[in-house]
Design a binder for this molecule. Structure first.
Ligand code: ARG
Length: 464
């Protein structure tokens, strides 16, 4: 394709330079946003009297035709075009003749590409947000199902205190609810139009930036034209919100991998979300969880790549910034794919409740409750803690558990022990007794579930 900017140069660009420079193979995915942006621009040029009403209408019709032809596949994107902006403008000019050449009045590719990317990401954030809500709902349903299922809670991957599986799952629900908040924050700052910043300095044409922005649904425009074309904070914020979201998926993935091992055998993943081995007939591998964990690295990479690209850039636009899109697109594709596989995998997951309960019975998970018992009987916590520790050591030496020690033996350590200690350290009571706000007892977990369900219902209402 001949260069639309051919003017001052005496030579054609070298083919290798063209290959290096071109971005059409990835920015073609923004064709819809590019055309919508151009239609709004043509409308604004007419609205402000910069073009005649007939010219403005011809441009808008021509652009609409290109959009529907691309959608229907009757027009294919020319891979030799430099980028999507050039392809659309060139096609328009081929179709309309000279009036097509008027579209780029009071505009630059610098504000155009910033606009396209914001429009594209606003759409994608909406999708990722909806997918995240779907996962949040699936996790909350599983938490409801397993709200009374006792399992060991861990610190340092050592058995710590008994909790319920529902409580554990709701911890991830809280993370996802914050992720949605982060996506919303990113979207709010993304939702500002840069169009009309032009190359960097604005324009001497009597444009109406606010009117053009409102045609595209933006509630605001960028305040400084140099910033408007240089700013990629909205991409960085999007990537970092996604990096945190992926970090959460990765932590849960790690637990799914551990829990589905024979060593734990706390869960059974559905066959539809596991794979076999080409050699070992017995294998059932949690590949989907592993891949989500692995792909988290890609998304972190996308974030760091863009931050690094931007860190030394002088104002305003630099071609380095073309590198923003592949990082953003890779992140969008990866996060959507992970969420799409994660949600049904979680929904189909089954807990092996007996194994969880058995694991909670070993490992002295009630040692804190024993110390708490003595503390409630008047002993300072540190002193109670020490006695509980000594009793754990006794149990290890004699291969027994705290709840099986006879009262006479307990009383040798402290005369404050009474018959009621056995109820205080019974596994179920260790769970039901933790009634503090956010704690593991059933009422607390139910309140957490209710709060997330309220949030989900509010989202559904806002959507309707
Ligand atoms: N393909 C370019 C990008 O993605 C579009 C902007 C080009 N602007 C320019 N002045 N060369 O950043």
């Amino acid at each position: 394709m001949a260069k639309m900017w051919a003017g001052r140069s005496e030579k054609e660009t070298a083919p290798i330079a063209d290959d290096f420079n071109t971005s059409i193979h990835f920015d073609c995915r923004m064709y819809r946003q590019d055309i919508m942006g151009s239609m709004a621009h043509a409308a604004m040029l007419g609205h402000c009297g910069i073009l005649t009403p007939a010219e403005s209408a011809a441009l808008q019709d021509g652009l609409a035709g290109i959009l529907s032809d691309l959608d229907e596949g009757t027009l294919t994107i020319d891979p030799t075009a430099e980028d999507i902006h050039m392809f659309v403008e060139q096609t328009l000019t081929e179709r309309l003749g000279d009036v097509g050449k008027k579209l780029h009045t009071a505009r630059s590719r610098n504000d155009q590409v910033a606009l396209d990317l914001r429009l594209y990401l606003l759409d994608e954030v909406k999708e990722i947000r909806a997918l995240t809500l779907g996962l949040l709902a699936a996790i909350t349903e599983q938490a409801e199902r397993y709200k009374a299922t006792i399992m060991p809670g861990y610190t340092h991957l050592q058995r710590a205190q008994p909790i319920t599986f529902g409580h554990h799952l709701m911890a991830y629900a809280m993370m996802l609810r914050r992720d949605i908040g982060r996506l919303d924050d990113a979207a709010a700052r993304m939702n500002v139009s840069p169009i009309g910043c032009c190359a960097l300095a604005g324009t001497s044409f009597p444009i109406d930036r606010v009117w053009e922005a409102s045609q595209l649904g933006f509630p605001a425009v960028t305040s400084n034209s140099i910033d408007g074309v240089s700013d990629r904070d909205f991409c960085v914020e999007f990537l970092s919100a996604c990096a945190v979201l992926m970090m959460h998926l990765s932590r849960l993935s790690e637990e799914l991998v551990l829990w589905s091992s024979w060593e734990f055998h706390f869960i059974e993943l559905d066959d539809a979300y596991t794979t076999g081995s080409s050699i070992m007939p017995q294998k059932k591998n949690p590949d989907m969880a592993e891949l989500c964990r692995g792909k988290t690295g890609r998304v972190y990479g996308d974030l760091i790549a863009l931050l690094t690209t931007l860190k030394g850039l002088p104002l305003a636009y630099n071609k380095d910034m073309q590198e923003d899109k592949e990082a953003v697109f890779d992140c969008v594709d990866t996060v959507k794919m992970c969420l799409r596989v994660f949600t049904p995998m979680i929904a189909a997951m089954k807990a092996c409740t007996c194994n969880m309960y058995r694991a909670a019975q070993r490992g002295f998970l009630n040692a804190t409750d024993l110390a708490d018992y003595l503390t409630k009987k008047g002993l300072p916590f540190r002193a109670a803690y020490k006695i509980a520790g000594q009793l754990v050591a006794y149990c290890i030496e004699h291969t027994t558990v705290l709840e099986e020690l006879p009262l006479t033996l307990l009383q040798q350590y402290s005369e404050r022990f009474g018959e009621d200690v056995y109820a205080a350290i019974a596994l179920t009571n260790c769970v039901t007794g933790r009634t503090s706000l956010g704690g593991t007892c059933a009422a607390s977990v139910e309140a957490q579930i209710a709060s997330v369900r309220d949030f989900l219902a509010g989202q559904a209402k806002a959507e309707a």
